[in-house]
Design a protein around this ligand. Structure first.
Ligand code: ADP
Ligand code: MG
Length: 244
């Protein structure tokens, strides 16, 4: 896939496969294109060429004769629903209780019944360790707790793929672990995840594949032991020496 903003080519010849059940950690310096790549995957941004398939289905486009055709809006919306996204800034709805935040997608987008949506939401909040906060408000929670609610909210849509964009970068250091633990628990039950992170230790422990982005390209990809401990590319070595 390729993606430019005006004259600036932000993603260049991106070719990435995330296997079902795998955790892929995407590393790279600020400005290398990581967020744009995630945004293209769930069609928050349009690619200029190339395409994105999730579970065999085009997310926003189908390509024919080298031309991109945008899928009908309802199909794009359906495909996007199957991709959960968690941002650095949590993004909870401040005027809704914790429980209502987690129920909002199933109620409004999936048109689930209230009882079923509530049952799922309660179970998900328990799963992220926040069962007793269901009736609280986002503003009463720590950053780590808010991010765990954001993860529960994304899971409520039963995504096939979870995208995380620096999920712990806005957190105080002592709150990072609780969020990484929740993400690790999703890895343990086989959730397919693409995670942009600067937490090298986490990537080393949890990732099946680590990919390193530099200047709009994926310059190195492989197992954590290869990419993190035995990097081939000089840029990878340089990046790791800066973050470790
Ligand atoms: P990263 O997440 O790795 O820090 P980004 O994907 O946010 O990188 O940005 C990659 C490049 O694209 C940067 O040079 C950034 O300034 C540029 N960029 C990102 N979004 C836009 C946009 N909406 N319009 C123009 N340039 C953008
Ligand atoms: Mg970013």
């Amino acid at each position: 896939m390729h993606k430019s903003f005006g004259e600036v080519e932000v993603l260049r010849s991106i070719d990435l496969t995330v296997n079902r059940g795998d955790v892929v950690c995407l590393l790279g310096a600020s400005g290398s294109g990581k967020s744009t790549l995630l945004r293209c995957i769930n069609h928050l941004e349009r690619v200029d060429s190339g395409d994105v398939l999730v579970d065999g289905e085009y997310v926003g486009y189908t390509a024919r004769n080298d031309k991109l055709y945008e899928l009908p809006e309802n199909v794009v919306a359906k495909n996007r629903r199957e991709i959960g996204m968690v941002f650095q800034s949590f993004g909870l709805f401040p005027h809704m209780s914790v429980l209502d935040n987690v129920m909002a997608g199933p109620l409004l987008v999936k048109q689930q019944g209230r009882a079923a949506a509530e049952k799922t939401a309660v179970a998900l909040l328990e799963r992220v360790g926040l069962g007793e906060k269901a009736d609280g408000w986002p503003s009463q929670l720590s950053g780590g707790q808010q991010q765990r609610v954001a993860i529960a909210r994304a899971l409520a849509m039963e995504p096939k793929l979870m995208l995380f964009d620096e999920p712990t970068s806005a957190l105080d250091p002592e709150l990072v672990g609780e969020v990484l633990d929740v993400i690790k628990s999703l890895a343990d039950v086989g959730m397919t995840m693409l995670i942009v992170t600067h937490e090298i230790g986490f990537a080393d422990r949890v990732a099946d594949v680590v990919a390193l982005m530099h200047d709009g390209q994926i310059i190195e990809t492989g197992s954590p032991s290869d990419v993190l401990h035995n990097p081939h590319h000089a840029r990878t070595k340089q990046f790791l020496s800066q973050v470790l």
